[in-house]
Design a protein around this ligand. Structure first.
Ligand SMILES: Nc1nc2c(ncn2[C@@H]2O[C@H](COP(=O)(O)OP(=O)(O)OP(=O)(O)O)[C@@H](O)[C@H]2O)c(=O)[nH]1
Ligand SMILES: [Mg+2]
Length: 366
């Protein structure tokens, strides 16, 4: 009945946007009209640009989380549902957020059931971060991001181990088994959002189930806030100009040098992502901080200009992140490529807000 709202959580770089893209494709083939909602602490979002580049009807809630800006989020949902006739809405909350069940699912279930059905809360996880959570002796550089990750797992209705194309069958079976035992409240899936493997099985269960947000995680706000505050956030949009520039080579060099400089300082990466676009197409670049290095996708022909959207979530103070990124860009562009920073925002993500102190839930006039 009504529009189905499917919220897909998971830590930074788990593959949420890739999954939204793939699910959108699968659902459109089944004749659904699908709307997308992205979220971040600041505008200039790579995720929104990627979804729109793929022709998706996409709305953005930026500046606050979905639950802190409940009004903005529900406004986007209603707009998609009524004005755009979407019968399925896929929403991606910001990756460093937990507490979705209590702060978002419960108020929607309380007040919006006449208009929406909620799909189960699916939490995507990267196998490398999952191994770090399961094996507490071997967390490597991820130990400082494990509290939020842990809370995301505790509140999940469905835990979705993503990137199974990178795992052997034996590794996948081991991880599925350990995950089911450690978080028995959740149903566990293994998928590849990139190749589409098992995505049908997962989305069919999401569509069939009307039980959503059944588990809340007990949050220690001090620990949560401390972990969030350890991340620096930089969003920027930059116009690049040169003569017949090999854009792929340029972005590869920029991300590789940035990653090397972060590694040299022993700094953990949450997710660094960018999209470079011009009339000929687009390129995306990612560093997920899971020892996989830089990855690039897409094509862009050599040309004189391109727009770069850049989002970094890194474990360092924002006032150090910003000069590091722009100094790296300057070194790569050198004298042959000019760049204009058209917009930028550097920040620490704000503290979490729960349903108990979020007055906007009560004030929202629907
Ligand atoms: N091999 C592999 N890579 C994947 C898969 N899904 C996503 N990725 C890659 O993981 C990186 C991060 O993917 P995103 O979809 O941007 O992750 P996200 O969870 O939306 O990240 P944030 O929005 O920053 O939290 C990209 O380089 C993707 O190509 C997958 O199934 N297999
Ligand atoms: Mg994303």
């Amino acid at each position: 009945m009504g529009t189905k709202l499917i919220i897909i959580g998971g830590y930074l770089g788990a593959g949420k946007t890739t999954a939204l893209n793939k699910l959108g494709q699968i659902l459109s083939e089944k004749n659904h009209i699908v709307g997308f909602i992205t979220n971040d602490q600041a505008s200039e979002l790579v995720d929104t640009a990627i979804l729109r580049r793929n022709g998706k009807l996409t709305s953005e809630v930026s500046g606050k989380s979905f639950s802190s800006d409940f009004k903005g989020f529900m406004g986007a949902v209603i707009q998609m549902s009524i004005a755009n006739s979407a019968d399925i809405i896929l929403a991606e909350p910001v990756g460093s957020y937990a507490d979705l069940s209590a702060a978002l699912f419960q108020p929607i279930k309380d007040k919006w059931k006449h208009l929406l059905t909620l799909g189960p809360l699916s939490v995507l996880i990267d196998p490398v971060r999952l191994r770090g959570l399961l094996d507490t002796r071997n967390r490597g550089p991820y130990h400082r991001t494990s509290y939020i990750l842990q809370k995301q797992m505790e509140e999940a209705d469905f835990i979705v181990i993503n990137k199974i194309d990178l795992l052997s069958k034996a590794e996948l079976n081991y991880l599925m088994d350990r995950t089911s035992k450690k978080w028995p409240q959740a149903k566990v899936f293994g998928v590849s959002a990139l190749t589409g493997e098992n995505m049908d099985e997962w989305i069919n269960e999401v569509l069939a189930s009307e039980e959503a947000g059944l588990h809340s995680a007990e949050l220690d706000h001090d620990l949560y806030t401390e972990e969030e505050a350890s991340l620096g956030w930089l969003n920027a949009s930059i116009l690049l100009k040169g003569t017949s520039v090999d854009w792929k080579y340029l972005i590869w060099n920029f991300l590789s040098l940035l990653y090397r400089r972060l590694l040299q300082r022993g700094i953990a990466v949450g997710h660094i992502k960018c999209i470079l676009q011009n009339n000929s197409g687009y390129l995306t670049g990612n560093i997920t901080g899971t020892s996989r290095g830089v990855s690039l996708q897409g094509e862009l022909t050599a040309d004189d200009h391109a727009m770069l959207l850049f989002n970094a979530r890194v474990q360092m103070p924002p006032e150090e992140l910003e000069p590091l990124v722009f100094d790296t860009l300057q070194r790569i562009c050198n004298t042959s490529i000019e760049y204009d920073i058209l917009a930028q925002k550097c920040l620490k993500p704000g503290p979490p807000i729960t349903v108990h102190n979020n007055i906007e839930h009560d004030n929202f006039d629907h």
